[in-house]
Design a protein around this ligand. Structure first.
Ligand code: ADP
Length: 534
């Protein structure tokens, strides 16, 4: 009799083990445990209750009575001792409570046994089995049930671990997705397994397209500042990590080719993830867009070179001429004095313009370029600028044409004149062969457009987007050497944008350029009909 018990118990336990490894959901496994336990020891009812974080026990699965009677059986779950030894475990007053429930529900349960479910020393639940008839539960029954209670505890533990893992994974995914830095995770073969949103934005690859590809298909360097890249550094495994036995990251910096065209400056840190034996499991790559740092760096070094060159040149000239004039051993005729003084004046003016431009540029960067708001007649400004520049050149013909209905705009007249000044002086400067310089006005329903066109050297298409950047100059050919520091168009754009307008260029190398800017037309409130202005 006992030996056949053993065999059946083993069969049941085996079946439950299989259910456990088949990763069925927790309730299915617990139901199987209950079924096996009750059948094996001749019970008619059973339940498993799990301990909640607040210490209460809640019935998770049950058999042998209708679910609507669950309330009654919940009463069995009070005064549960903190005891995990299956042979010592007793819930006080359990039999009395069962008899009351049997009486109230009309169910014939008369015997009951309770087993602790434990993980380590912690009580995580109880297994109860009830008999409708027959004898009280023996120590043997207890022994058999103890193994089922253990199985149930393992199932709960697994489920908790799994839930914990799933939650951790969700949390990690959320962190990765919302990270401002690009992140990707590679398998040991350097195939991409994770690719977050920020990285999609940086590289122009969508996650769906990038995942599954080899790292080198997606990360394509247009230019690299560091000697190593990932393939070279890892040609013989992860050399740094193996050599030093520690997690040493690899850093690569340079310009990446974007999938959608263009390049982006990035710094990528590759960190190896090793298992206990030191074998490479994953490579986690952190990609940072450093375009802005690069730009700031470029600005800083350009600023230094501009200041050293463009400011020092006029100062040197002024000093030289002033020293010449002041030589005690020379008596200069008035003609020469005027000539030398004229050069000094010219250079001082150039210096003054440059200093003003530099100050304006730094005010723009600090967003502190003051702007007046007055009624401005752009045609008048254009005429004035044309009259100022025309006497300085006999190769160029400067014309102004505005339609008669051209409206006034609101803005800062001095600043807008500065824009026209810069555009017209560039038009002259960059058309050394001469030609027409046309300033024209156009009226649109909600904006006005002013264009300045020349017949000069033009700007290559690739440079057209950048000429508005601070200190940016197209450097090719001797004409480009013409004085200037690359601030004129930057200031023009800042002024136009501060007025709510846009500025752009259309140009064909060798044929000429047309710079255009728009300004919003003011909206006037119409006085209601019949109203009187007093
Ligand atoms: P700067 O003239 O002092 O160099 P700008 O900001 O005014 O600086 O212009 C930036 C660059 O754009 C110039 O160096 C020049 O290469 C190019 N550029 C500007 N205007 C013209 C033009 N009308 N024709 C050709 N190239 C131009």
């Amino acid at each position: 009799m006992l030996s056949s018990y053993w065999i059946r118990q083993r069969e049941y336990l085996l079946e439950i083990s299989r259910a456990l490894t088949a990763q069925l959901d927790l309730d299915t496994v617990l139901s199987k445990v209950l079924q096996a336990a009750t059948e094996l020891i001749g019970g008619q009812g059973a339940l498993i209750a799990l301990r909640e974080p607040d210490g209460r026990f809640i019935i998770r699965v049950s058999r042998g009575y209708p679910p609507r009677l669950q309330e009654y059986f919940t009463r069995l779950l009070t005064d549960i001792p903190n005891q995990v030894d299956p042979f010592q475990f007793r819930i006080p007053g359990l039999e009395t409570k069962l008899r009351e429930i049997a009486f109230q529900t009309g169910l014939p349960f008369s015997q009951i046994v309770a087993l602790p479910m434990r993980i380590g020393d912690e009580l995580i639940g109880v297994l109860l089995v009830m008999r409708a008839y027959g004898t009280a539960f023996s120590m043997d029954d207890r022994r058999i049930l103890a193994s089922f209670a253990d199985q149930a505890a393992i199932a709960v533990h697994n489920a908790q671990l799994y839930q914990h893992l799933a939650q951790e994974k969700r949390r990690l995914d959320a962190i990765l997705e919302s990270s401002a830095d690009g992140v990707m995770i590679l398998d040991p073969g350097q195939r991409i397994t994770v690719f977050n949103r920020a990285l999609a934005e940086i590289t122009g690859w969508s996650a769906a397209e990038a995942i599954g590809r080899h790292h080198d298909e997606v990360i394509v360097w247009a230019r690299r500042d560091t000697e190593m890249d990932l393939s070279r550094a890892t040609a013989g495994g992860w050399p740094l990590a193996q050599r030093r036995g520690s997690k040493t990251a690899l850093y690569v910096e340079g310009d990446l080719r974007r999938r959608t065209g263009g390049v982006v400056s990035v710094g990528i840190t590759y960190a190896p993830l090793l298992d206990r034996e030191g074998k490479l499991v994953n490579i986690v790559a952190n990609v940072r867009d450093i375009t802005r740092f690069r730009e700031a760096d470029r600005l800083k070094s350009t600023f230094v070179s501009v200041v050293s060159h463009e400011l020092k040149t006029p100062v040197a000239t002024i000093l030289g001429y002033a020293e010449t004039l002041a030589r005690p051993d020379a008596a200069w005729d008035s003609e020469t004095v005027r000539e030398l003084a004229g050069v000094i004046q010219e250079e001082a003016q150039r210096l003054d313009r440059l200093i003003t431009d530099l100050l304006d540029a730094s005010r723009i960067q600090a967003r502190a370029l003051p702007m007046k708001e007055e009624e401005v007649d752009l045609e008048m400004l254009a005429q004035r600028v044309a009259q100022r520049f025309q006497p300085q050149t006999d190769r160029h013909e400067i014309t102004v044409r505005f339609p008669p209905d051209f409206p006034t705009v609101r803005g800062d007249p001095l600043r807008l004149e500065q824009v026209l000044n810069n555009l017209v002086s560039n038009a002259i400067k960059y058309s050394p062969e001469g030609g027409k310089v046309r300033i024209r006005g156009h009226v649109r329903p909600d904006e006005v457009i002013v264009t300045v066109s020349d017949e000069g050297i033009g700007i290559p298409p690739t440079e057209q987007g950048r000429v508005f950047d601070p200190f940016y100059r197209v450097d090719e050919g001797p004409v480009r050497q013409a004085g200037g520091v690359g601030l004129g168009l930057y200031l023009a754009r800042a002024i136009v944008e501060a007025h709510g307008g846009r500025i752009w260029v259309e140009s064909e190398p060798g044929k000429g350029s047309t710079f255009a800017f728009s300004l919003p037309r003011p909206t006037y409130e119409l006085a209601p009909a019949g109203s009187q202005v007093s």
